[in-house]
Ligand binder design. Structure first.
Ligand code: SAM
Length: 298
């Protein structure tokens, strides 16, 4: 179906409407669920615009809260699915989104859901699906890693996250923010920092800065690896102690008894063992993991 509204509903994302809904339902925020609701429609429009949705596309929202972003998604996309863990929000979402016939609310923990099943059920007729969300900050990394590692057929992931985490995802080799999260994200996606967001657009206000990041999924990963899991183990080991050299970190991982194997693999890779992990590009990590793998270190 084309989906959408029958008549233009009142926008949720104003401080007053949000307060009214919360008061009427006797809702109290749960800090432990990362509940910081957006109350600024300009920011919401910016997030939705970055996802490049249209009436041929699907959207998956994680943590709809009281449905402010969900309304905007329902206007722009053909099909919207929103997964919310907090049972108390389900009736509120039903009310706020009652004018839309293209939205499904799923009550559950996104980390425990079979997303492939959800995709088959909900997005069979769309030309592409993007994740668009203001994520609960306490589980940002597990949620994003699940989306990427499950290898869901996604176009973009546009999410509001902690600014510091966004900077780590988009960081270049040699910078302080560059680490195993940067490599993991950039292996699957091209990251783009969309905007930095002030505290004042949320209630309650979080005590960290926020940013919107857009991750565009690559058709094929950024680099070839001997084995994906082994590549990521190599990366993890290289960053184990940031101030140590590659040689020291790899030796702690592989074991001192395999010193000669490691020496041979390092020579083979062409990477100077006195460098630090944080200076290696994805290409260099791939070279390193091939050399280790071929030397018999698994
Ligand atoms: N989208 C709303 C907005 O922008 O105003 C709310 C965003 S709020 C930062 C995060 C939402 O995620 C909350 O509604 C919270 O209950 C929900 N949430 C937290 N953990 C979750 C999980 N594991 N699975 C699904 N939803 C979750």
């Amino acid at each position: 179906s084309g989906g959408g509204r029958h008549s233009k509903p009142a926008e949720v994302a104003t401080p007053k409407r949000t307060q009214d809904i919360i008061k009427r339902h006797g809702f109290s925020f749960k800090k432990s669920l990362g509940q910081n609701f957006l109350i600024d429609s300009n920011i919401l429009r910016k997030i939705v615009a970055a996802a490049g949705l249209d009436k041929s596309k699907g959207a998956l929202e994680i943590g709809p809260g009281i449905g402010a972003l969900t309304q905007h998604l329902a206007e722009e996309a053909a099909v919207v699915t929103a997964v919310e863990i907090d049972e108390r929000l389900i009736p509120i979402l039903g009310e706020v989104l009652s004018d839309y016939d293209n939205v499904e609310i799923v009550h559950g923990d996104v980390l425990g859901l079979d997303l492939h099943e959800l995709f088959r059920r909900r997005y069979a007729d769309v030309t592409g699906v993007s994740v668009v969300a203001n994520l609960p900050y306490y589980v940002t990394t597990p949620i994003l890693m699940k989306l990427l590692e499950d290898k869901l057929p996604l176009e973009h992931i546009v999410v509001m996250i902690q600014k510091e985490v966004a900077e780590r995802m988009a960081a270049s080799p040699g910078s302080k923010a560059y680490g195993s999260l940067s490599v993991a994200v950039q292996y699957y996606c091209e990251p783009e920092l969309v905007c930095i967001v002030p505290h004042t657009v949320f209630i309650p206000q979080p005590n960290v800065d926020s940013a919107v990041i857009k991750l565009s999924l690559r058709k094929v990963p950024a680099v070839q690896t001997p084995d994906e899991a082994f590549f990521f183990r190599t990366v993890q080991a290289s960053f184990a102690q940031r101030r140590k050299t590659l040689w020291n970190n790899l030796q702690s991982w592989i074991g001192k008894d395999k010193r000669e194997l490691l020496e041979r693999a390092m020579t083979q890779s062409g990477i100077d063992p006195i460098r630090r992990g944080e200076t290696l590009s994805l290409d260099e990590f791939a070279k390193l993991s091939f050399a280790l793998y071929e030397a018999g270190i698994r």
